[in-house]
Design a protein around this ligand. Sequence first.
Ligand code: CMX
Length: 439
Amino acid sequence: MILHEKIAEQLPAWRERMKALAKEHADVVVDHVTVGQVVGGMRDVKALVTDISYVDPAEGIRFRGMSIPEVLKALPKARGGKMPLVGGLYYLLMVGEVPTREQALEVEAEWARRAEIPDYVYKMLKSMPKETHPMTLFSQAVLALQNSSVFAAKYHEMKKDVYWEAALEDSLNLTAKLPLLAAFIYRMKYFGETKKMKYNPRQDYGMNFARMMKVEDKKGYADLARLYFILHSDHESGNASAHAMHLTGSTLSDAYYAFSAALNALAGPLHGLANQECLAWLLDVYKKFGGVPSRDDLYKYAWDTLNSGHVIPGYGHAVLRVPDPRFTAQMEFAKKNFPQDDLVRLADLVFEVVPQVLREQGKAKNPAPNVDAISGTLQYYYGVREFDFYTVLFGVGRALGVTANYVWARALGWPIERPKSLTTKMLEDIVAKAKQAVN
Ligand code: CMX
C-alpha cells in the first residue's frame, strides 16, 4: 500500500533525528514558561512537535511547508472539478510530498475499498433519541467502530516499532468511513431517512460525500466538500481537537478512541462549534435589518454584541494574527461561484467592519476573521442549513490531519503525555520569590 511504503522509506532517518534529540540534547532549554501561560491555558508554550503542519502567526497554516494557495495549486485535481482530490491531501500530510495523480488516486482507491459500515452502527444511530446532537451521534459512531481496531487487536503481539503500521490501517479504515457516517447522520436526523450509505468506487471522496448528502444538484458542492475537508484537516498540534487526539493516542489508545476524544473537543463552542454560531450571528443581522445592512448599522450591531457580553463568532484566534488563509480561500470560492448571494455579501461586509470594532474595543489580540467566519455561509448557500451539523463536517476534515499525526506519533515512538501540575500556593510562592529577587 502506497502510504505504508512511503512512510517506511523515510522512517529510519526520522527515527535517528528523534533519537539524537531525546538522547543527546535532552537538556537543551527550548523556552521558559511564564505564570501568565500557566494560568492562561498554556498559550504558546512550545511543548509539542509535528512536521505535518505549522501555523505561522503572521501567515497562517502551512501543510508540510506549503501555504494554502500552494497546496490548492499543486495537488492533483478531481475529475470534472476545480479542487484537489482529498486523497492527494492525505498523501501530502502522511508522506510530506506532493503526490502524482496516480498516487492520489491510490489513496482514494484505498478509501473506496474500506468504506463500509457494519449494520450494528446504523442500528445504534437509529436507536438514539431524535434530539441527540449530530456531534454526539458522530462521536458515538466512531467509538462504536472501535471493536474493529487493528491496533487494539494486535497490541499484545506487536513490537513497538510496528505500532505505526496498525495505526495506519486503523486511520485508513476510519477516514474511509467518515463521509458515510456523516452523510447518514445528516439524512437520518433531518430527513428521517435511514437507508444505508453506499460508497461509489468510481467517485472520489468529495463527490461521494456530496452524492450521499444529496446536495449534488446545485453544481459545485463536491468541490466545496473537497475544499472544506482540505482546509479543516490540520492546524498543528496545539488546537484542542488535535491535542485531544494526540494525548489520548499517547496512552496507546487506538485511533477510534483517540478520534472520538478529538471530536468531543471539537464540539465545544470556542472550537469547532463556532462555525454554527457564526452563521447564526450573520442570519440574526440579516433578519434584524431585512437584508444586508448598511455599514453604520452593522457597526452598531457589532458593538451591541460586544456590549451584551458576547464574542463575535468567527473572529479572533489563539495563534493567528492576520486573516486566516482558510477564510480567504473559502471567500474566494464564494466570490467566484456565487458572488451575488446575500449572505456572502454580508460576510464580506462583516469582514470590513468587525475587525475595526474589535480593534476599537482593544481586547482581542487578533481582530481578523478565522476559518469559521465564512464556512457556514457556503454550506447555507448549498442548502445545508442545519447549523448543528456543521461541526460534523469540520470533524470529517479534521480526521485527516489528526490521524496523520497519530500515525507519525506511533512511528516515532512518542511517549505518554504527562505534564506537571502545581498548586495555587506553589505558584504564588514562585511569584513571591521572583519579586524578592528583583527587589
Ligand atoms: N469577540 C469578542 N471578544 C473577543 C473575540 C471576539 N471574536 N476574540 C477575542 N476576544 C476577547 C476574549 O474573549 C478575551 O476577553 P477577556 O480578556 O475578557 O477574557 C480577549 O479578547 C483576549 O482574547 P485573545 O487572547 O485575543 O483570544 P484567545 O486566544 O483567548 O481566544 C478565541 C481565541 C478564538 C477563542 C477567541 O478569539 C474567540 O472567542 N473568538 C470567537 C469564537 C471563535 O470564532 N472561535 C473559533 C476559533 C477557530 C477554531 O478553533 O475553530
